[in-house]
Structure formats: structure tokens, C-alpha cells
Design a protein around this ligand. Structure first.
Ligand SMILES: C[S@@+](CC[C@H](N)C(=O)[O-])C[C@H]1O[C@@H](n2cnc3c(N)ncnc32)[C@H](O)[C@@H]1O
Length: 184
């Protein structure tokens, strides 16, 4: 088993006992497939928790790629850094501790993939703040678009109806992912 698979397994076990809201192996499989297909060079993640989804995405990425992931709880961000280091994935990963609403406007990178998995009512805010720095064809995966569809309604309405994205919902069990591609 690779270091990354070992760390993912440990986090899955911890998530069961400590009720951690990780993306988990089922929705995670779809997320990993999307990353593999897109082969992104710059990934933005909003909501690191302890690094599970960053490691899952990083496993599919190359050495020259980079992940920037934002977490507003310092203890979680620290645990994520340790887990990511132990996982020994190819891309460089930068864990930024802070509120994504404050952090995103300060980022200078352009992204070709984003995974949004923080405060459900703020998905629309995160997206609008980073939208100018998402490249044409950028894939945006939003977690919990089934279970939290009501809290995410502004986001879902925007990616489905603004004309700026093509977007589809992928149901996984009781929940799902909204997968959107930026048109220009
Ligand atoms: C569902 S968890 C993320 C799970 C992680 N993506 C995974 O699958 O392993 C959501 C995380 O977002 C963080 N969060 C919530 N609001 C945030 C904000 N405004 N800025 C940064 N992080 C935030 C929470 O502290 C929590 O750790």
C-alpha cells in the first residue's frame, strides 16, 4: 500500500469514530476520476479539514502541479499538513490557514480545477470571489450538492443557469457532487 493510501485509510477510520465530514471513498472516487481526467496544474480547495480530499486529489496529479487548500481552523490545518507530508503525493501542497472569504481575494494563481467543500451557504461567495482566476475549461466540483442542496441553492442556480458553466449533478447514495465546467 502506498503512503497516500495508508494515510487515506487512517483518515477514513478516524472519520468513522470521530464523525469527520470528509468527502469519503464513494464521492471521493468520482472526485479522483475528475482530477485524473482534467490533469490540472493548479487546484484550489476550499475546506481542507485534515487533508483527506487534498491527498485524494494529489494522488492523481503530477510533480509539477500544485494544490492550494484553505482551512479556517488552525488545528485542522496543522493536522492536514502532517497528513499531507506523510502521504508523500507528487504535487506541492500549500495549506493556508484562514477564512476563505478573506484568503481567496489575495491569491494570485489561475486555477484549472477547484473543489469546494466548506460552509455550504457560502459556496456561491467562494465561487464569485475566485471566478476571474478560473481558467476556461476549469472543472469545479462542489461537495454535498444532494444533502445540502437547499443551503447551496444560490450556488446551484448560478452554475446551472448563469450561462457561464455547463453543470451536472452526480448522485452518490443520499448525497452527490455538482460538477461544473467553466465555459470561458
Ligand atoms: C466538510 S469539511 C472539508 C472536508 C475535506 N474537504 C475532506 O473531504 O477531507 C469542511 C471544512 O471547511 C472548513 N471551513 C468552513 N468554512 C470555512 C471558511 N470560510 N474558510 C475556510 N475553511 C472553512 C471547516 O473548518 C471544515 O474543516
Amino acid at each position: 500500500m502506498s503512503n497516500a493510501d495508508q494515510v487515506l485509510k487512517e483518515i477514513e477510520e478516524k472519520a468513522e469514530t470521530d464523525f469527520l465530514p470528509i468527502v469519503g471513498p464513494e464521492r471521493g472516487k468520482i472526485l479522483a476520476e475528475e482530477v485524473r481526467k482534467a490533469d490540472p496544474k493548479r487546484v484550489l480547495e476550499v475546506g481542507t479539514l485534515i487533508g483527506y480530499s487534498a491527498i485524494l486529489m494529489g494522488k492523481e496529479m503530477g510533480k509539477r502541479a500544485r494544490i492550494i487548500t484553505i482551512e479556517n481552523h488552525a488545528d485542522e490545518a496543522k493536522a492536514a499538513e502532517t497528513n499531507i507530508q506523510r502521504a508523500d503525493i507528487p504535487p506541492k501542497v500549500e495549506v493556508i490557514t484562514g477564512d476563505a472569504i478573506q484568503v481567496i481575494p489575495e491569491l494570485r494563481d489561475k486555477f484549472d480545477f477547484a473543489f469546494i467543500d466548506a460552509d455550504k451557504t457560502q459556496y456561491i461567495t467562494y465561487l464569485r470571489l475566485v471566478e476571474d482566476r478560473l481558467k476556461k475549461g476549469c472543472v469545479i466540483v462542489a461537495d454535498n450538492a444532494g444533502m445540502f442542496a437547499r443551503q447551496m441553492h444560490e450556488y446551484l442556480d448560478y452554475v446551472r443557469n448563469s450561462g457561464k458553466y455547463t453543470s451536472r449533478f452526480v448522485q452518490v447514495g443520499d448525497d452527490g457532487l455538482e460538477i461544473s465546467v467553466k465555459l470561458q
